[in-house]
Design a protein around this ligand. Sequence first.
Ligand code: PBG
Length: 331
Amino acid sequence: MPKPRFPTTRMRRNRYDEWTRRLVAESQLTANDLIWPVFVHNGHEPKIDIPSLPGVSRLSISQLVTEVGRAKSFGIPLVAVFPVIDPVLKTDEAEEAYNADNLICRAVAAIKETHQGIGVMCDVALDPFTSHGHDGLLRDGYIVNDDTLEVLCKQAIVQARSGCDVIAPSDMMDGRVGAIRAALDAEGFENIRIMSYAAKYASGLYSPFRDAVGSASNLNGASKNTYQMDPANSDEALREAALDIEEGADMLMVKPGLFYLDILQRIKKKFAMPTFAYQVSGEYAMLKLASQQGLVDGEQVLREALLSFKRAGANGILTYAALDAAEKLAG
Ligand code: PBG
Protein backbone atom coordinates (compact mmCIF):
# COMPACT_ATOMS: atom_id res chain seq x y z
CA MET A 1 0.00 0.00 0.00
CA PRO A 2 1.43 3.46 -0.89
CA LYS A 3 2.43 5.61 2.00
CA PRO A 4 -0.40 8.13 2.45
CA ARG A 5 0.76 11.62 1.59
CA PHE A 6 -1.41 14.44 2.80
CA PRO A 7 -2.72 16.49 1.08
CA THR A 8 -2.21 14.45 -2.13
CA THR A 9 -4.10 11.54 -0.66
CA ARG A 10 -7.52 12.58 0.52
CA MET A 11 -9.68 9.65 1.56
CA ARG A 12 -12.72 11.88 1.62
CA ARG A 13 -12.69 12.43 -2.19
CA ASN A 14 -14.41 9.10 -2.78
CA ARG A 15 -17.04 10.04 -0.24
CA TYR A 16 -17.77 13.41 -1.82
CA ASP A 17 -20.81 12.43 -3.91
CA GLU A 18 -23.54 9.91 -3.31
CA TRP A 19 -22.71 8.29 -6.67
CA THR A 20 -19.00 7.82 -5.83
CA ARG A 21 -19.96 6.31 -2.52
CA ARG A 22 -22.12 3.83 -4.44
CA LEU A 23 -19.36 3.22 -6.96
CA VAL A 24 -16.75 2.27 -4.38
CA ALA A 25 -19.06 0.36 -2.00
CA GLU A 26 -17.38 -2.96 -1.18
CA SER A 27 -20.53 -4.76 -0.02
CA GLN A 28 -23.99 -4.81 -1.52
CA LEU A 29 -27.25 -5.88 -0.01
CA THR A 30 -29.92 -7.26 -2.33
CA ALA A 31 -33.06 -9.34 -1.88
CA ASN A 32 -30.95 -12.36 -2.91
CA ASP A 33 -29.18 -12.08 0.43
CA LEU A 34 -32.30 -12.49 2.51
CA ILE A 35 -33.87 -15.54 4.12
CA TRP A 36 -37.15 -14.88 5.87
CA PRO A 37 -37.98 -16.82 9.07
CA VAL A 38 -41.76 -17.05 9.65
CA PHE A 39 -43.97 -18.59 12.32
CA VAL A 40 -47.03 -20.63 11.44
CA HIS A 41 -49.87 -21.52 13.81
CA ASN A 42 -52.66 -24.02 13.51
CA GLY A 43 -55.69 -21.73 13.81
CA HIS A 44 -57.68 -19.70 11.32
CA GLU A 45 -56.84 -16.27 12.68
CA PRO A 46 -54.67 -14.81 9.89
CA LYS A 47 -52.17 -13.11 12.20
CA ILE A 48 -51.47 -13.34 15.93
CA ASP A 49 -49.03 -10.77 17.30
CA ILE A 50 -45.95 -11.87 19.22
CA PRO A 51 -45.51 -9.34 22.03
CA SER A 52 -41.78 -10.02 22.49
CA LEU A 53 -41.13 -9.69 18.73
CA PRO A 54 -42.60 -6.35 17.68
CA GLY A 55 -43.81 -6.37 14.09
CA VAL A 56 -43.67 -10.16 13.77
CA SER A 57 -46.78 -12.37 13.82
CA ARG A 58 -47.68 -16.01 13.91
CA LEU A 59 -49.50 -16.67 10.63
CA SER A 60 -52.24 -19.13 9.72
CA ILE A 61 -51.34 -21.51 6.90
CA SER A 62 -53.39 -19.59 4.36
CA GLN A 63 -51.93 -16.24 5.44
CA LEU A 64 -48.46 -17.80 5.28
CA VAL A 65 -49.08 -18.83 1.68
CA THR A 66 -50.12 -15.26 0.86
CA GLU A 67 -47.09 -13.72 2.57
CA VAL A 68 -44.69 -16.16 0.92
CA GLY A 69 -46.13 -14.90 -2.37
CA ARG A 70 -45.11 -11.38 -1.34
CA ALA A 71 -41.62 -12.59 -0.37
CA LYS A 72 -41.30 -14.23 -3.77
CA SER A 73 -42.44 -11.10 -5.58
CA PHE A 74 -39.67 -9.13 -3.84
CA GLY A 75 -37.09 -11.70 -4.95
CA ILE A 76 -36.42 -13.39 -1.61
CA PRO A 77 -34.95 -16.81 -2.46
CA LEU A 78 -35.82 -18.77 0.68
CA VAL A 79 -38.20 -18.75 3.64
CA ALA A 80 -37.63 -20.65 6.90
CA VAL A 81 -40.87 -21.87 8.46
CA PHE A 82 -41.21 -22.49 12.22
CA PRO A 83 -44.29 -24.17 13.69
CA VAL A 84 -46.14 -23.14 16.84
CA ILE A 85 -47.25 -26.53 18.13
CA ASP A 86 -50.38 -27.01 20.23
CA PRO A 87 -49.20 -27.77 23.81
CA VAL A 88 -51.37 -30.92 23.96
CA LEU A 89 -49.30 -32.41 21.12
CA LYS A 90 -46.00 -31.95 22.95
CA THR A 91 -44.57 -35.13 24.49
CA ASP A 92 -41.36 -36.29 26.16
CA GLU A 93 -40.32 -38.19 23.03
CA ALA A 94 -41.55 -35.59 20.48
CA GLU A 95 -43.61 -38.04 18.41
CA GLU A 96 -45.43 -35.14 16.71
CA ALA A 97 -42.12 -34.10 15.08
CA TYR A 98 -42.38 -37.03 12.66
CA ASN A 99 -46.13 -37.06 12.16
CA ALA A 100 -46.39 -36.70 8.38
CA ASP A 101 -49.52 -34.59 8.82
CA ASN A 102 -48.13 -32.22 11.43
CA LEU A 103 -48.42 -28.45 11.19
CA ILE A 104 -45.05 -27.83 9.58
CA CYS A 105 -45.61 -30.49 6.91
CA ARG A 106 -49.06 -29.11 6.08
CA ALA A 107 -47.65 -25.59 5.90
CA VAL A 108 -44.80 -26.60 3.59
CA ALA A 109 -47.15 -28.57 1.34
CA ALA A 110 -49.51 -25.59 1.11
CA ILE A 111 -46.68 -23.24 0.12
CA LYS A 112 -45.35 -25.68 -2.45
CA GLU A 113 -48.78 -26.21 -3.95
CA THR A 114 -49.11 -22.49 -4.64
CA HIS A 115 -45.62 -21.14 -5.28
CA GLN A 116 -42.71 -22.19 -7.45
CA GLY A 117 -39.40 -20.38 -7.59
CA ILE A 118 -39.00 -19.81 -3.88
CA GLY A 119 -37.35 -22.28 -1.53
CA VAL A 120 -38.71 -23.53 1.78
CA MET A 121 -36.45 -24.40 4.68
CA CYS A 122 -37.38 -26.30 7.87
CA ASP A 123 -35.53 -26.61 11.16
CA VAL A 124 -34.66 -30.07 12.31
CA ALA A 125 -34.73 -30.00 16.12
CA LEU A 126 -37.26 -31.28 18.61
CA ASP A 127 -37.87 -28.17 20.73
CA PRO A 128 -41.26 -27.19 19.26
CA PHE A 129 -42.47 -30.74 19.94
CA THR A 130 -41.06 -31.72 23.35
CA SER A 131 -42.87 -31.31 26.67
CA HIS A 132 -39.51 -30.27 28.21
CA GLY A 133 -38.69 -27.79 25.43
CA HIS A 134 -35.27 -29.27 24.60
CA ASP A 135 -33.97 -29.92 21.09
CA GLY A 136 -33.33 -33.59 21.86
CA LEU A 137 -34.58 -36.44 24.03
CA LEU A 138 -34.17 -35.95 27.77
CA ARG A 139 -33.07 -38.98 29.79
CA ASP A 140 -32.03 -38.68 33.45
CA GLY A 141 -31.51 -34.96 33.12
CA TYR A 142 -29.28 -35.23 30.04
CA ILE A 143 -30.06 -34.66 26.36
CA VAL A 144 -29.03 -37.97 24.82
CA ASN A 145 -27.26 -37.73 21.49
CA ASP A 146 -27.54 -40.93 19.49
CA ASP A 147 -31.19 -41.74 20.28
CA THR A 148 -32.06 -38.16 19.34
CA LEU A 149 -30.45 -38.63 15.93
CA GLU A 150 -32.99 -41.31 15.04
CA VAL A 151 -35.88 -38.98 15.76
CA LEU A 152 -34.22 -36.11 13.87
CA CYS A 153 -33.85 -38.35 10.80
CA LYS A 154 -37.52 -39.27 10.93
CA GLN A 155 -38.41 -35.59 11.29
CA ALA A 156 -36.24 -34.66 8.29
CA ILE A 157 -37.89 -37.35 6.16
CA VAL A 158 -41.47 -36.17 6.76
CA GLN A 159 -40.39 -32.61 6.05
CA ALA A 160 -38.71 -33.69 2.82
CA ARG A 161 -41.80 -35.64 1.76
CA SER A 162 -43.96 -32.57 2.33
CA GLY A 163 -41.82 -30.62 -0.16
CA CYS A 164 -39.19 -28.91 2.00
CA ASP A 165 -36.15 -27.91 -0.10
CA VAL A 166 -33.59 -27.15 2.60
CA ILE A 167 -33.21 -29.04 5.87
CA ALA A 168 -31.63 -26.96 8.62
CA PRO A 169 -30.49 -29.01 11.62
CA SER A 170 -30.46 -26.60 14.55
CA ASP A 171 -30.23 -29.14 17.36
CA MET A 172 -26.42 -29.30 17.77
CA MET A 173 -26.33 -33.07 18.33
CA ASP A 174 -23.05 -34.67 17.24
CA GLY A 175 -23.21 -36.49 13.92
CA ARG A 176 -26.60 -35.16 12.94
CA VAL A 177 -25.65 -33.82 9.54
CA GLY A 178 -24.19 -37.17 8.46
CA ALA A 179 -27.15 -39.12 9.85
CA ILE A 180 -29.70 -36.84 8.18
CA ARG A 181 -27.79 -36.84 4.87
CA ALA A 182 -27.76 -40.65 4.85
CA ALA A 183 -31.46 -40.84 5.78
CA LEU A 184 -32.43 -38.36 3.04
CA ASP A 185 -30.34 -40.15 0.42
CA ALA A 186 -31.80 -43.53 1.37
CA GLU A 187 -35.26 -42.11 0.64
CA GLY A 188 -34.23 -40.68 -2.73
CA PHE A 189 -33.93 -37.08 -1.52
CA GLU A 190 -30.35 -36.59 -2.68
CA ASN A 191 -31.11 -33.08 -3.99
CA ILE A 192 -32.50 -31.77 -0.74
CA ARG A 193 -29.96 -29.36 0.63
CA ILE A 194 -28.69 -29.20 4.20
CA MET A 195 -27.94 -25.84 5.77
CA SER A 196 -26.42 -26.75 9.10
CA TYR A 197 -26.50 -24.50 12.10
CA ALA A 198 -22.76 -25.25 12.28
CA ALA A 199 -21.87 -22.81 15.03
CA LYS A 200 -24.89 -22.29 17.21
CA TYR A 201 -24.19 -20.70 20.54
CA ALA A 202 -26.06 -21.09 23.84
CA SER A 203 -27.29 -17.52 23.65
CA GLY A 204 -29.63 -15.38 25.67
CA LEU A 205 -30.78 -13.83 22.43
CA TYR A 206 -33.24 -16.62 21.59
CA SER A 207 -35.82 -15.69 24.24
CA PRO A 208 -38.32 -13.92 21.95
CA PHE A 209 -38.18 -16.90 19.55
CA ARG A 210 -38.97 -19.27 22.41
CA ASP A 211 -41.96 -17.11 23.30
CA ALA A 212 -43.02 -17.10 19.66
CA VAL A 213 -43.02 -20.89 19.29
CA GLY A 214 -44.16 -21.38 22.87
CA SER A 215 -41.17 -23.46 24.01
CA ALA A 216 -40.11 -21.02 26.76
CA SER A 217 -42.70 -22.31 29.22
CA ASN A 218 -41.79 -25.93 28.47
CA LEU A 219 -38.12 -25.18 28.99
CA ASN A 220 -38.97 -23.42 32.22
CA GLY A 221 -35.58 -21.79 32.66
CA ALA A 222 -33.50 -24.85 31.73
CA SER A 223 -30.37 -24.14 29.69
CA LYS A 224 -29.13 -25.73 26.47
CA ASN A 225 -25.50 -25.46 27.55
CA THR A 226 -24.75 -29.18 27.18
CA TYR A 227 -25.36 -29.06 23.44
CA GLN A 228 -25.20 -25.48 22.18
CA MET A 229 -21.77 -23.81 22.08
CA ASP A 230 -20.13 -21.74 24.79
CA PRO A 231 -19.97 -18.04 23.75
CA ALA A 232 -16.36 -18.04 24.95
CA ASN A 233 -15.23 -20.29 22.12
CA SER A 234 -14.00 -19.62 18.61
CA ASP A 235 -11.65 -22.45 17.53
CA GLU A 236 -14.39 -24.87 18.48
CA ALA A 237 -16.67 -23.28 15.87
CA LEU A 238 -14.13 -24.19 13.18
CA ARG A 239 -14.15 -27.82 14.33
CA GLU A 240 -17.97 -27.84 14.29
CA ALA A 241 -18.00 -26.40 10.76
CA ALA A 242 -15.34 -28.86 9.54
CA LEU A 243 -17.35 -31.81 10.83
CA ASP A 244 -20.57 -30.59 9.26
CA ILE A 245 -18.85 -30.11 5.89
CA GLU A 246 -17.32 -33.59 6.09
CA GLU A 247 -20.74 -35.01 6.96
CA GLY A 248 -22.33 -33.45 3.88
CA ALA A 249 -23.58 -29.96 4.74
CA ASP A 250 -24.14 -27.83 1.64
CA MET A 251 -24.37 -24.53 3.47
CA LEU A 252 -23.34 -23.36 6.93
CA MET A 253 -24.90 -20.96 9.37
CA VAL A 254 -23.57 -18.98 12.30
CA LYS A 255 -26.01 -18.03 15.02
CA PRO A 256 -26.59 -15.52 16.60
CA GLY A 257 -25.34 -12.92 14.14
CA LEU A 258 -24.09 -9.61 15.39
CA PHE A 259 -22.25 -10.79 18.52
CA TYR A 260 -20.54 -13.49 16.43
CA LEU A 261 -19.21 -11.65 13.38
CA ASP A 262 -15.71 -12.88 14.19
CA ILE A 263 -16.92 -16.47 13.97
CA LEU A 264 -18.68 -15.79 10.68
CA GLN A 265 -15.53 -14.27 9.22
CA ARG A 266 -13.26 -17.09 10.40
CA ILE A 267 -15.56 -19.81 9.06
CA LYS A 268 -16.05 -18.09 5.70
CA LYS A 269 -12.31 -17.49 5.31
CA LYS A 270 -11.29 -20.99 6.27
CA PHE A 271 -13.84 -23.09 4.39
CA ALA A 272 -15.06 -20.83 1.55
CA MET A 273 -18.50 -22.45 1.93
CA PRO A 274 -21.84 -20.72 1.38
CA THR A 275 -22.15 -19.26 4.87
CA PHE A 276 -25.12 -17.54 6.42
CA ALA A 277 -25.73 -15.42 9.51
CA TYR A 278 -28.90 -15.61 11.59
CA GLN A 279 -29.93 -12.26 12.99
CA VAL A 280 -31.86 -13.90 15.81
CA SER A 281 -35.00 -12.82 17.59
CA GLY A 282 -33.25 -11.00 20.45
CA GLU A 283 -31.09 -8.97 18.06
CA TYR A 284 -34.09 -8.08 15.98
CA ALA A 285 -36.17 -7.15 19.03
CA MET A 286 -33.42 -4.91 20.44
CA LEU A 287 -33.18 -2.97 17.18
CA LYS A 288 -36.92 -2.77 16.83
CA LEU A 289 -37.56 -1.57 20.38
CA ALA A 290 -34.78 1.02 20.24
CA SER A 291 -36.25 2.32 17.03
CA GLN A 292 -39.80 2.36 18.41
CA GLN A 293 -38.50 4.36 21.38
CA GLY A 294 -36.99 6.85 18.95
CA LEU A 295 -33.46 6.10 20.18
CA VAL A 296 -32.14 5.08 16.77
CA ASP A 297 -33.30 5.30 13.18
CA GLY A 298 -34.62 1.77 12.69
CA GLU A 299 -34.18 1.63 8.94
CA GLN A 300 -30.64 2.95 9.01
CA VAL A 301 -29.56 0.67 11.83
CA LEU A 302 -31.12 -2.39 10.26
CA ARG A 303 -29.33 -1.72 6.97
CA GLU A 304 -26.10 -1.21 8.87
CA ALA A 305 -26.51 -4.51 10.73
CA LEU A 306 -27.32 -6.42 7.54
CA LEU A 307 -24.34 -4.86 5.74
CA SER A 308 -22.08 -5.86 8.62
CA PHE A 309 -22.93 -9.50 7.93
CA LYS A 310 -22.14 -9.07 4.26
CA ARG A 311 -18.88 -7.29 5.07
CA ALA A 312 -17.88 -10.12 7.40
CA GLY A 313 -18.38 -12.57 4.53
CA ALA A 314 -21.96 -13.83 4.80
CA ASN A 315 -23.61 -15.05 1.62
CA GLY A 316 -26.92 -14.19 3.16
CA ILE A 317 -28.80 -13.39 6.32
CA LEU A 318 -31.80 -14.88 8.07
CA THR A 319 -33.72 -11.92 9.41
CA TYR A 320 -37.25 -11.27 10.63
CA ALA A 321 -36.96 -7.98 8.75
CA ALA A 322 -36.40 -9.73 5.40
CA LEU A 323 -39.79 -8.82 3.94
CA ASP A 324 -39.54 -5.15 4.97
CA ALA A 325 -35.94 -4.93 3.80
CA ALA A 326 -36.70 -6.58 0.45
CA GLU A 327 -39.68 -4.28 -0.08
CA LYS A 328 -37.43 -1.25 0.47
CA LEU A 329 -34.72 -2.67 -1.78
CA ALA A 330 -37.32 -3.21 -4.50
CA GLY A 331 -37.96 0.55 -4.25
C1 PBG B 1 -34.61 -24.29 17.65
C2 PBG B 1 -34.25 -22.92 17.24
C3 PBG B 1 -34.05 -21.79 18.04
C4 PBG B 1 -33.86 -20.73 17.17
C5 PBG B 1 -33.91 -21.23 15.87
N1 PBG B 1 -34.13 -22.60 15.93
C6 PBG B 1 -34.15 -21.60 19.52
C7 PBG B 1 -33.25 -22.35 20.40
O1 PBG B 1 -32.28 -22.98 19.98
O2 PBG B 1 -33.55 -22.34 21.58
C8 PBG B 1 -33.68 -19.31 17.60
C9 PBG B 1 -33.98 -18.28 16.57
C10 PBG B 1 -34.15 -16.91 17.10
O3 PBG B 1 -33.93 -16.61 18.28
O4 PBG B 1 -34.55 -16.08 16.29
N2 PBG B 1 -33.61 -25.15 17.98
